[in-house]
Design a protein around this ligand. Structure first.
Ligand code: 8DG
Length: 134
């Protein structure tokens, strides 16, 4: 097995979509890195793309839901066995109020459920932050 090239950083934007105390969460597919882990919608940023724009784009691509960025809640660089990622977590809200039911492989999970899910290691501080919110 070859070691990851840590001189190369993949920029990733993650959309934390909140509506009425629930968050959009999916399960990662079997083919990419971290298969079977829970995740918020997100993915690699395009060249020169800003994290807020990337979070909105990835969310629309993956869930079909149009969202508005609210604030960047957390940023970190994390080393996984598959490589180094620079993550920006962007809190978002649906552009149209409400919680649409059909959103691809993503579904709404209540805030109190988040701690029971198996998220990637880098998400731990974000999940703790969300759970500490009033
Ligand atoms: N989407 C997402 N990725 C996360 C989360 N937490 C976390 O550490 N990651 C990591 C896993 C991957 O290393 C990276 C996302 O890359 P990816 O390979 O899943 O992105 P992607 O499939 O959308 O790639 P692409 O289609 O844009 O090419 O970020 C999360 O909550 N959501």
């Amino acid at each position: 097995m070859s070691l990851p090239d840590l001189s190369r950083v993949t920029r990733v934007a993650v959309a934390i979509v909140e509506a009425d105390g629930a968050y959009l969460v999916g399960v990662r597919g079997p083919d990419g890195p971290l298969p079977g882990y829970h995740e918020f919608p997100g993915g690699k940023l395009n060249h020169d793309e800003r994290p807020n724009d990337g979070a909105v784009r990835e969310c629309l691509e993956e869930t079909g839901l149009d969202v508005l960025p609210v604030e960047r809640v957390y940023e970190c660089t994390h080393d996984y066995p598959h490589g180094r990622v620079e993550l920006t977590f962007v809190l978002c809200r649906p552009a149209v109020a409400g919680r649409p039911a059909a959103l691809g492989r993503f579904e709404w999970r209540l805030r109190r459920e988040l701690g029971e899910l198996k998220f990637p290691e880098a998400n731990a501080p974000v999940v703790a932050l969300l759970q500490s919110r009033p």
